[in-house]
Design a binder for this molecule. Structure first.
Ligand code: CA
Ligand code: CA
Length: 431
């Protein structure tokens, strides 16, 4: 073993031995734990305690959609333990509904494709008329079934390693103080994607559901979850009108004035649009908000939005990015309007054919801070100056100062140990 490899292993073992940080409540059951002081933007001000202080009557163990819905409606503070797999498509009798059960007004995909084929409908206006109305009504029926709102003062945690929330969208909407940990989020597929010929030069299919959506949410801690599309990945979808039939939206989208969010130790895998922070360039409510910390996450075979940022001061540190396939990859960090990304001590393992200049993408931003990041190849790990590499290949150049320095963070690990550390410890079942 080479000396640098030995050093890497020694550093990783040392880091595993000393973690987690002081003040953590990890000796308590998962549902009673709170965000450690200083652990990212969610620690700001009042910090994030979720439903940890619930009385015994506020502790719920749920194994079905109906039980989950009831627990979410119970008085706060509430701790909800998820046992086994819950599918958002579970009907009143527990049997799974399918897309045909939601379809109404004469909607079928075949009819929709026939009506809005660009050869028939053209490309300069969005679909409208009876079939689009039917699609909207059908989508509303699915939304009523699979979108579940999470109230203030809630902790949702998986029992054991195999807790699954499948085919549903958790929506944390305009509330404060929510913790979600140790959950496997799987495949929040939309039965009724919308064709928009005016989206981009070639048009696009768009879907409604993220696995988790934060809108106007504050003090949220998303920790040790796994996000996957299971046996229904984006890469397996057909193409219609020359474009991918996109049945998924984000894995974790943070928008509409959300603020003070920590996203730590999660696994994001095999997905296109992964994490959107800020959904509008023209928002009047987002400036000064969307402050998010993204640390010690694994991004494995994700195509874009890792994350994509508008407005916020977003600290992105100690994440491990793995890009095994260069062809579909789009970018990692999206530098959007008024964004202030501070990216440090991340590790990138890229297919050798992928140009690292592709790690950044200009969505209308002008500057960011990047330091101490590393590029891991098969034989060595070396520093990479993300901004210099981007600027050498692109114009206009990014500036090199995001204009702020993060103060809310736990220990920042040596990026050389990040691949091993994050691979071993990120994701559900490892909290
Ligand atoms: Ca979304
Ligand atoms: Ca340049």
């Amino acid at each position: 073993m080479k000396r640098s490899s030995l050093l890497t292993v020694a550093l990783a073992v040392a880091a595993l031995a000393v973690a987690p940080p002081a003040q953590a409540t990890h000796h308590l059951p998962l549902g009673r734990q709170v965000l450690p002081a200083g652990d990212g933007w969610a620690a700001e001000g009042t910090g994030t305690t979720g439903g940890s202080a619930a009385p015994e009557t506020g502790v719920h163990v749920v194994a079905t959609r109906a039980e989950l819905v009831a627990a979410l409606a119970a008085p706060a503070p509430r701790i909800i333990y998820v046992r086994g797999e819950i599918d958002g498509n579970e009907g009143p009798d527990g049997a799974l509904l399918d897309c045909a059960d939601y379809a109404t007004g004469g909607y079928t995909l075949e009819a929709y494709l026939a009506a809005y084929d660009p050869a028939v409908w053209g490309r300069d206006r969005e679909p409208e008329g009876p079939l689009e109305d039917a699609r909207v009504a059908s989508a509303a029926a699915q939304t009523r079934q699979i979108k579940l709102k999470v109230g203030a003062g809630t902790t949702i945690v998986g029992l054991g390693a195999r807790a699954v929330l499948k085919g549903l969208n958790l929506h944390v909407d305009r509330v404060d103080n929510v913790i979600v940990r140790n959950i496997n989020f799987v495949d929040a597929a939309d039965c009724f994607p919308q064709w928009d010929p005016t989206d981009g030069a070639l048009g696009a299919w768009n879907s409604l559901y993220d696995n988790v959506s934060l809108t106007g949410a504050t003090h949220v801690w998303m920790d040790h979850n796994t996000f996957t599309d299971g046996d229904n990945p984006d890469s397996a979808q057909p193409r219609y009108f020359g474009q991918p039939f996109q049945v998924h939206d984000g894995q974790l989208d943070i928008t509409n004035g959300s603020n003070f969010v920590t996203v730590s130790w999660n696994r994001f895998t095999d997905h296109d649009k992964t994490m959107l922070i800020g959904s509008s360039n023209t928002s009047t409510t987002d400036p000064g908000k969307l402050n998010v910390t993204v640390h010690h996450n694994l991004f494995h075979n994700n195509l874009q939005r890792l994350p994509r940022v508008r407005f916020g001061q977003v600290h992105v540190y100690n994440n491990f990015y793995v890009v095994p396939d260069p062809a579909p990859f789009i970018y990692a960090l999206g530098v959007g309007v008024q964004s202030k990304i501070f990216a440090e001590s991340n590790a990138f393992a890229l297919h050798p054919d992928l140009d690292p200049a592709a790690l950044l993408f200009n969505w209308g931003g002008t500057t960011l801070t990047a330091r101490d990041n590393v590029l891991k190849t098969r034989h060595r790990t070396e520093p990479i100056d993300l901004i210099a590499v981007y600027n050498a290949a692109n114009d206009p150049d990014f500036g090199t100062d995001a204009g702020w320095t993060p103060t809310l963070h736990t220990r920042i690990d040596n990026p050389r140990i990040v691949p091993l550390l994050v691979t071993l410890r990120a994701g559900a079942g490892r909290a």
